[in-house]
Design a protein around this ligand. Structure first.
Ligand code: ZN
Ligand code: ZN
Length: 362
């Protein structure tokens, strides 16, 4: 059985558990996960023993090649109308859909086309399957992370006063492509000095100033799978505050990573980092969650935060990225990609993060 057929099989078991007969999948990453199709603008209908792949002439040939287990249905003018017509042709009375992804307009149109079919919202059915990566996915993510790390090693010496944030970002993105990535998994963040206090700063034309620590958050996409990592480097002599904050964030991050293993509650992993930062007196300066899953998308299930009631399972790939942000002064975030294994973590990010390597001048 192909890996895509295995995934569809697992989804069908979930559908049976929820007493669902037909699921309409519209989210592109979910379509790709279930079929292997790499294009977009396509819908999937998953029945208990049949898969319909609805697309247009641009993608029909690609779908035949990439998604061999599906019956490819080519629509002429409306993807949603054809999806409705194909769903109606099954004679089933209920159609489940992905509530997080179907637009209001498409939902309304579907309802109008299917007056005798009940539309049933579902949440995260495919996303929850995607959260646990099989061996092949783990290897693909490992390779993306290695390519992104190699790119970072190539450009780290270029992070210095006089360069702009965007200079560094574009060099890093180019280097990722040189190492086999197709594109960045998100807009690379290079934030110098006080701008690093914005957790999701945009890179600008501002020059790195002497004394600025520089936060770099970057990731690539290689063979469909993403990576994500953050480092803070200090091109010139850091001051005592920065050393203190860096040391606290690094210790918090390492505590969280060491708490990772199969079966551990997510909130315990979050607490391992968050309590360390709070005990050091910076509890009010770490406002975001601890991390997130990474796979076909750079942000996916599971979400790691203090109120999660989820459990980490073997095969999940997550980021661990605590930070301390001091408005007007700067910020430190350290982020690694980690594979959850039976007995502990496998850290997929190899870029150095100890304080000596963060201080380039030393
Ligand atoms: Zn990141
Ligand atoms: Zn992240």
């Amino acid at each position: 059985m192909s890996r895509h057929a295995e995934r569809t099989d697992r989804l069908r078991r979930v559908l049976r558990e929820h007493s669902l007969e037909l699921l309409f999948v519209c989210h592109p990453a979910n379509v790709t996960y279930l079929t292997g199709f790499r294009g977009d603008s396509s819908h999937l209908l998953v029945g208990h023993d049949h898969l319909w792949f609805i697309t247009d002439s641009r993608f029909a040939e690609q779908a035949q090649a990439e998604a061999p287990g599906c019956e490819v249905v080519e629509h002429q003018n409306s993807l949603i109308k054809q999806t409705a017509a194909t769903a109606a042709s099954t004679g089933l009375r209920r159609l489940a859909f992905e509530e997080a992804h179907l637009t209001c307009a498409s939902h309304r149109e579907l309802g109008a086309e299917l007056p005798s079919m009940a539309l049933e919202p579902t949440k995260d059915l495919v996303e929850n399957l995607r959260a646990v990566k099989d061996r092949e996915e783990q290897n693909l993510i490992r390779k993306t992370a290695a390519a992104a790390d190699a790119a970072f090693a190539d450009v780290v010496a270029d992070i210095r006063p006089g360069r702009t944030e965007l200079d560094v970002a574009s060099r890093l993105e180019y280097a990722m492509q040189q190492h086999g990535c197709r594109k960045p998994s998100f807009d690379t963040i290079v934030a110098a000095g006080p701008r690093a206090s914005l957790p999701h700063a945009e890179s600008t034309h501002a020059e790195i100033q002497p004394g600025d620590p520089v936060l770099v958050d970057w990731g690539g996409v290689r063979d469909l799978y993403c990576s994500d990592a953050t480092r803070v480097v200090h091109p010139t002599e850091p001051d005592d505050l920065w050393r203190e904050v860096y040391t606290i964030v690094l210790a918090a991050q390492e505590r969280a990573i060491q708490a990772i293993r199969d079966g551990v509650p997510i909130r315990d992993v979050d607490a391992a980092a968050r309590s360390h930062i709070a005990d050091a007196g910076y509890g009010g300066h770490f406002g975001h969650g601890l991390g997130h899953g990474v796979g076909l998308q750079v942000h996916e299930a599971p979400r790691l935060h203090a109120k999660s009631d989820g459990i980490l399972s073997e095969g999940m790939v997550v980021t661990i990225e605590p930070g301390i942000y001091l408005p007007g002064q700067g910020g430190v975030r350290i982020e690694d990609l980690v594979l959850v294994c039976q007995d502990g973590p496998e850290i997929l990010t190899t870029a150095p993060k100890n304080i000596e390597t963060a201080c380039l001048s030393e």
